[in-house]
Design a protein around this ligand. Structure first.
Ligand code: GDP
Ligand code: GDP
Length: 438
């Protein structure tokens, strides 16, 4: 089941980052420490009561003039409308209600998305409450007073947010159509690939603002099987503000990947694999999604008999954290190998949902342990009593061990490799959980 997405929208200086950092707590998104690109946090995982959600900060660059502020806020709001299940609209009691707030509120109201109106910097509820009532004029519901700095009203705000989450519906669980997100940097050819793969079907897609996310999804029938391409409208909409492009592409990626079973990462063959590709791949890896890498524009490069090998090596090096990713060299322009993507999606889905019986799994484990001893520390050796698969999508294994302290990343990797040798699991991440058994 995919996690709900909550997006934060508001003018500069109302306290978006302060609130975001408080809610995000210690969780650090992979974006943060990646050099060269956006340094601030863009998304974070948040838990409140028994609910988990992905929080997205749509705010970006510092604006220079009033005009830019409004244009930027509209972009932010649009991104939130496209991607979020719930939108937090933050205003500032100190600055009061300003014209830009009213304009953005109109936009949000028309979208029919659930909006939680938050009035920040209410550091003293008794004294400042009268100033909060003014925000009723926005016409998007009851203003919720908070102080992001003073950590006041945060619980009430979170209660209001989670109220709007879609119920865990049965329907969602019964929908077994593979959901596919096509992601990648701008201009690598995502839209071109979608266009070719979806063909005529795409005309059906509605582009009216405020249509629900399901309406944006594009179902496609191929070889008698139905596939759903996620969020293609979001892909088509391009930011007018250049600096925002990268932030928005990451936000869209997180939103699309969250709902996908299989992610197709498109890389531009003429440019080669880059750090930014790795960052985007990381979003899918963190979430345990199926992974296909489509190296596009294969028509546009000069090739000899080593070209495929060289590209493969470079990609394996740069994306070394996901050796399981499937690779395909394609061209949206000529259509070369695009149809193979469907077969690959089927194969990856099969891997993601494969269950290995405990008995067979432990034969592999016993053999692996016999071939290479588990690590030891201060005279005490790791013992793995047995393992069992506890989940699919991604396949997740629990290993029962004598002492968790003795487990080591490289040994887990070794076991993972043995499991992959035996069962394949091509195109999907695997998860391992160590549990102590005394
Ligand atoms: P953003 O531009 O919307 O991300 O706003 P920031 O989070 O950077 O906050 C802008 C300024 O408002 C900073 O100086 C914050 O310390 C301050 N600020 C944020 N929240 C509060 C609050 O609850 N009360 C007060 N008094 N100041 C706040
Ligand atoms: P997106 O931003 O990732 O959706 O990329 P687009 O689909 O808009 O493509 C960006 C540019 O690359 C366009 O000018 C396309 O015509 C071009 N392009 C896309 N796929 C291919 C391809 O397979 N071969 C070549 N030569 N050009 C391509």
């Amino acid at each position: 089941m995919s996690k709900p997405i909550v997006a934060v929208v508001g003018r500069p200086n109302v306290g978006k980052s302060t609130l975001f950092n408080h809610l995000a707590g210690q969780q650090i998104s992979i974006v943060k420490d990646t050099p060269g690109v956006t340094r601030d946090r863009i998304y974070a995982e948040v838990s409140w009561l028994d609910k988990n959600f992905t929080l997205i900060d749509t705010g970006g660059i510092e604006p220079e003039t009033k005009d830019i502020i409004l244009a930027q806020m509209r972009e932010q709001a649009q991104i939130a409308i496209d991607t979020a299940d719930v939108i937090i609209f933050i205003t500032d009691v100190r600055q009061g209600l300003v014209d830009a707030d009213a304009k953005v509120a109109d936009m949000l109201r028309r979208s029919h998305k659930p909006v939680v109106l938050v009035v920040n910097k209410v550091d003293n509820f008794e004294k400042l409450m009268p100033d909060v009532y003014e925000f009723y004029n926005l016409g998007i519901g009851d203003p919720i007073p908070i102080s992001a700095v003073g950590k006041l009203g945060i619980g009430e705000m979170l209660d209001e947010i989670v109220k709007h989450f879609p119920e865990d519906t049965q329907e969602d669980g019964e929908d077994d159509r593979p959901k596919i997100a096509i992601v990648g940097k701008p201009n690598v050819g995502k839209s071109s690939i979608i266009n070719k793969m979806v063909g005529e079907q795409r005309v059906i897609v509605s582009d009216i603002a405020g249509t629900t996310r399901d309406a944006i999804d594009t179902p496609v029938v191929y070889n008698g099987r139905e596939y759903v391409f996620i969020d293609t409208a979001g892909l088509r909409r391009k930011s007018k503000i250049k600096e925002e492009l990268e932030r928005y592409s990451i936000i869209r990626t997180v939103a699309a990947v969250e709902r996908a079973d299989v992610v197709i990462l498109v890389i531009d063959a003429t440019e080669g694999v880059t750090e930014q590709d790795a960052k985007i791949a990381g979003i899918a890896h963190e979430r345990g999604k199926g992974m296909i890498i489509a190296v596009n524009k294969w028509d546009a490069i000069e090739k000899n008999d080593k070209t495929i090998y060289e590209h493969t090596q470079k990609i394996k090096d740069t994306l070394s954290f996901m050796p399981y990713a499937e690779l395909l060299f394609v061209s949206a322009k000529t259509g070369q190998r695009l149809n193979k993507i469907y077969d690959m999606i089927d194969m990856v889905i099969e891997s993601q949902t494969m269950r290995i019986p405990t008995g067979v799994l432990n034969e592999i484990l016993t053999e692996a342990v016999a071939m290479q001893q588990p690590p030891s520390d201060k005279g005490k050796r790791l013992r793995i009593y047995y393992m069992t698969q506890v989940a699919v999508k991604p396949p997740t294994f629990v290993m029962f061990v004598n002492d968790k302290e003795l487990t080591h990343f490289s040994y887990t990797r070794y076991i993972e490799n043995k499991i992959r040798e035996a069962f394949g699991f091509r195109g999907t991440a695997l998860r391992f959980i160590n549990r102590e058994r005394k």
